[in-house]
Write a protein that binds this ligand. Structure first.
Ligand SMILES: [Zn+2]
Length: 579
């Protein structure tokens, strides 16, 4: 068996998909959940456990366990193969055929980060790490927390990592590409992080892909220095702490979003493990999608200062556009989340979470502080401030409810608010996703489904199917050709064998045929489907004969036309008799 096949047969696709999509069982072997590839509120993403495939019936994405990992983790085929093999304890074959150029390069970058991490952690525990240790002690971090979050220290020399990497024979360009080394104008290299407290940043599968470094000397700028974008680190995709938090996020069915590394660590250490941080970059649709695979409920807890509040306001639109339910956490005393947890304790923080405002009241409050709602201009200002969020609400009922709410809150007439909301929504470019229609006929779908899901009850043999000419004209004709070819090969007409013979479009159709309904049909339904195809077949033949008769009449060949006419009558009698 090919190694990829071995991995595929060992790994359960519902487990792999289940790590990023919340799946619910729907049928004996079928699971459904919210599609990770587009934004939706009702599940149309389907996974079949025995066929080992997935398909979204809204956006059309389909594939197997490898394409799922490739698409959700942004890796190539070999990387996906390796990830799955490692995760499930399947030893990789020694032969290098499973390492392509791209995954070798990425592999080297991962190794460089592992080495850096070892070095940073050893530094923190050693003599050079004293300042960093003192800082952490002042911030109240226990040795346990320091260990759990893998905190470290980059020494002052500016050559420590370079020396380490050189000893391990990494090239200068690899060091530079990792972002851990910078290059001066004269071409020489230097350690990017010097005399900083180091926070390792992981991807969702737990590999270190970058670092954040906090300055320890007052005059060191910037205060926070992050790894640059590299082939393994895309800032717009990565949330700090998600790999540790995701199980808790699912269990709680909610997530806390904070701004900084220390906030995430402090809140987590206070007992709220379901926290992630955006780390200085603006919240992107990809960030939100990564969260949405685990929950749709989010508590935004940014810094209380003006930049923090502005960032929170911007993030609301992104969250709403992705269909998240957002609440805004406000902390008193100008404290950031980390300070709040330390000074006031977990119970007080819990109370702030419980009292978190819906994003709309939060926005309205902000606007109310900015404008005087006793003046006409003030009211217009408040409504203007709310419109971007209003435009993200797709449900008209929810929108109308908001309008009433806001009217009461700022003390104006409901009709006025409703009017301005409706106008705003009319100008929003709506791009609702067309739900693709079923392209296959019910009878051809039934035949395919029973053939692959419940071959015992298939309505007819392959030979019988071959005799139905209509199959050559149906949308699924390539699938049937693949079925006949697989049968001729004598290797068995399995889903895998047929799928392997198809191009992309054919695979999509096959997934559609077998996944759209819960289970295979009964034997009676399968027999009825074949009969229906046969009727279509005779109907087709009758049409052909009628056409031919017309042609013959036009060309004056009446003798032949009459002969065919008798044939047509015979066919029609037979069809009636068969019914
Ligand atoms: Zn989809």
């Amino acid at each position: 068996m090919d190694f990829a096949e071995q991995v595929k047969s060992t790994v359960r696709i519902e487990d792999v998909v289940g790590e990023v999509v919340r799946l619910r069982k729907s049928g004996a072997y079928r699971f459904m959940g919210l599609c990770p590839f587009h934004s939706e509120k009702t599940p149309s993403f389907t996974v079949h456990a025995t066929l080992q495939i997935y398909k979204c019936f809204s956006c059309g994405e389909a594939g197997d366990v490898f394409s799922f990992v490739m698409k959700t983790q942004g890796v190539g085929f070999f990387e996906a193969l390796k990830l799955l093999a490692e995760r499930h304890g399947i030893p990789m074959p020694k032969r290098s055929q499973y390492a392509d150029e791209d995954s070798r390069k990425r592999g080297a970058l991962f190794q460089l980060h592992e080495l850096a991490q070892e070095n940073f952690r050893a530094n923190l525990l050693g003599a050079a790490g004293e300042t960093a240790r003192n800082y952490l002690a002042r911030r109240g971090l226990s040795p346990d927390t320091i260990e759990r979050f893998g905190l470290g220290y980059s020494d002052r020399s500016g050559r420590a990592l370079l020396r380490l990497f050189e000893q391990r024979d990494f090239s200068g360009s690899q060091m530079e590409e990792s972002g851990l080394a910078g290059r001066r104008q004269d071409g020489s290299l230097y350690d990017r992080f010097r005399n900083r407290l180091m926070f390792p940043i992981h991807n969702e599968s737990g590999k270190i892909i970058g670092f954040g470094g906090r300055a320890l000397a007052d005059d060191d700028q910037p205060k926070y220095l992050n790894s640059p974008e590299t082939p393994i680190y895309k800032k717009s995709h990565v949330l700090y702490n998600l790999h540790r938090a995701k199980d808790a996020i699912r269990k709680e069915d909610r997530v806390i979003l904070v701004e900084g590394y220390m906030d995430a660590i402090g809140v987590s250490a206070a007992g709220f493990a379901w926290v992630v941080a955006s780390c200085g970059t603006a919240l992107t649709a990809q960030h939100v999608q990564a969260l949405k695979r685990h929950t749709s409920r989010i508590f935004v807890n940014f810094d209380p200062d003006a930049p923090g509040a502005n960032a929170a306001e911007r993030s609301i639109n992104t969250l709403l556009a992705e269909g998240m339910q957002a609440r805004m956490v406000e902390l008193d005393g100008e404290l950031d989340p980390d300070e709040y947890c330390r000074e006031r304790g977990p119970a007080a923080y819990q109370a702030r979470l419980d009292g978190a405002k819906g994003y709309f009241h939060w926005l309205a409050d902000r606007a109310r502080n900015k404008y005087d709602v006793h003046t006409q201009e003030g009211i217009v200002g408040v409504l203007q401030a709310l419109l971007p969020a209003v435009q993200q609400i797709a449900d008209p009922l929810e929108r109308d409810a908001m309008a009433g709410d806001v009217a009461g809150y700022i003390g104006v007439e409901r009709g006025l608010v409703l009017d301005s909301f409706r106008k705003a929504v009319a100008t929003r470019q709506d791009k609702p996703l067309e739900r693709p229609k079923a392209v296959l006929r019910p009878d051809e779908r039934m035949v395919l489904r029973t053939l692959f899901l419940d071959p015992e009850n298939a309505g007819g043999t392959i030979e019988e199917l071959k005799s139905i000419e209509t199959l050559g004209r149906l949308p699924s004709r390539q699938i049937f050709q693949a079925i006949f070819a697989a049968a001729a090969d004598g290797g068995g007409v399995t889903f895998e064998a047929v799928n392997a013979r198809l191009e992309d479009a054919g695979r999509q159709l096959l997934a559609e045929a077998v996944l759209r309904e819960d289970a295979a049909g009964s034997r009676e339904e399968a027999v009825a489907a074949i009969a229906s195809l046969r009727r279509a077949d005779t109907e087709d033949r009758r049409k052909q004969v009628k056409l031919r008769i017309k042609e013959l009449e036009r060309s004056g060949n009446l003798e032949e036309a009459l002969r065919l006419y008798a044939e047509l009558q015979r066919m029609e009698r037979e069809a009636k008799g068969a019914q």
